[in-house]
Write a protein that binds this ligand. Structure first.
Ligand SMILES: Cc1cc2nc3c(=O)[nH]c(=O)nc-3n(C[C@H](O)[C@H](O)[C@H](O)COP(=O)(O)O)c2cc1C
Length: 353
């Protein structure tokens, strides 16, 4: 099947020069079809996509902005697609934030992302220092190799389905008053017949944040199935993650970010990540804000769990709601349909057909 390359033309032609070279190498001898304008994003359902984004110095691409508009206003435009992303910048900023924004828009229009879907070229390519050293090449060599490897993975990888998937649900909320927990309790009702569900509460005081051990020390503890700090993470959470087919993160908005406990969990996953990749595990999220900002948390989950920690991002991975007072979430207009949609997305992504 031919790969569809979505490559919005940059505002200034020079912003494409480096990227063109990387693409020539990554796509060598491949059948591809390239789309450069927003209006061309049509009839793509079920395709394998490579979204290539030249950002220039200021992190802006006007044709891309027009594509973003199209993605955000058509929730099924990319139904059944899988995408990888290459973002190229002329400066040191904006590449990662633009990629996370794009990933969320792709996902909300029905597109899945494999674990580690992003190849990012900052202006200096300093972000490739470690990979270049490991490969024994220079920064540009590492960039080109990463782009080619992404294309190969897009062609090869398929997320495995299960007869009875194991869901691990992680939360850090008070059961009695939490809107996030209320929504999850309802979603659980329509999932418990087809999935094995395990819930773990990461409550205050049970989890220390990552201490940022040197790489070799982290690797040393990780290889023994643990981490410098041990505790509930080592005894309960790591084994549960290893066993799970998918994680469901329950994410109340705390100061426009994931709560400290959930963030500590993700940071501490690093020790496990050192010895294993999570490409065959999916991540879902249920996000609730009192006022606004749910997209920021959804992006944070994508950056941390999908882009960094390699979890598969299924289409429409997050239910994102706004509710403040206790009980308000379950009274939102249309919430039953959206909850059913969320449960259906989990079933569709995980269950063997
Ligand atoms: C420490 C703290 C910080 C919060 N910060 C925000 C915020 O930045 N933006 C927002 O929309 N809501 C914020 N909220 C409100 C929660 O997101 C809101 O209560 C929502 O219902 C989810 O939390 P719950 O599951 O505990 O009910 C905050 C709540 C707490 C306790």
């Amino acid at each position: 099947m031919s790969l569809v390359v979505i490559h919005p033309a940059p505002d200034a032609a020079w912003a494409d020069l480096r990227l063109d070279g990387v693409l020539r190498y990554a796509l060598e001898e491949r059948e591809t079809h390239t789309l450069r304008r927003a209006e061309e994003l049509e009839g793509l359902e079920g395709s394998t996509l490579l979204f290539v984004l030249p950002l220039g110095e200021a992190g802006i691409n006007l044709e891309y902005t027009r594509m973003l508009l199209r993605l955000r206003t058509r929730p099924h435009l990319l139904q059944g697609c899988t995408a990888g992303i290459i973002v190229d910048g002329a400066g040191e900023l904006y590449t990662k934030s633009a990629a996370a924004e794009l990933a969320l828009a792709l996902n909300r229009s029905g597109c899945a992302l494999p674990g580690r879907p992003l190849v990012e070229g900052t202006g200096s390519l300093a972000n490739f220092a470690v990979q270049a050293k490991n490969l024994g090449t220079d920064l540009m060599g590492a960039y080109r190799a990463a782009a080619r490897e992404l294309v190969e993975r897009l062609e090869r990888e398929r997320f495995p389905r299960r007869v009875r998937p194991k869901l691990l649900v992680l939360h850090a909320s008070s059961h009695h008053t939490s809107n996030t927990m209320d929504l999850w309790s309802r979603a659980k009702e329509s999932l418990k017949d087809c999935c094995d569900i395990r819930e773990i509460g990461l409550r205050n005081g049970t989890l220390s944040d990552c201490s940022g051990c040197p790489y070799t020390m982290c690797l040393h503890f990780g290889e023994r199935g643990g981490c410098f700090y041990g505790g509930v993470m080592q005894e309960e959470v790591y084994p549960a993650v290893r066993e799970a087919d998918a994680l469901v993160l329950l994410c109340p908005n705390y100061n426009d970010a994931l709560s400290a406990n959930l963030t500590a969990f993700i940071n501490r996953l690093t020790a496990l990540f050192r010895q294993t990749r999570f490409y065959d595990k999916a991540v879902f999220a249920l996000v609730v804000s009192g006022y606004s900002g749910g997209d920021i948390l959804a992006r944070q989950v994508i950056s941390a769990m999908n882009m960094n920690k390699s979890f598969y991002l299924p289409p429409h991975f997050a239910l994102v709601e706004t509710a403040n007072f206790p009980g308000q979430a379950l009274a939102l207009p249309g919430i039953e349909e959206r909850l059913e949609g969320f449960s259906r997305n989990i079933r569709n992504a995980l269950l063997a057909r």
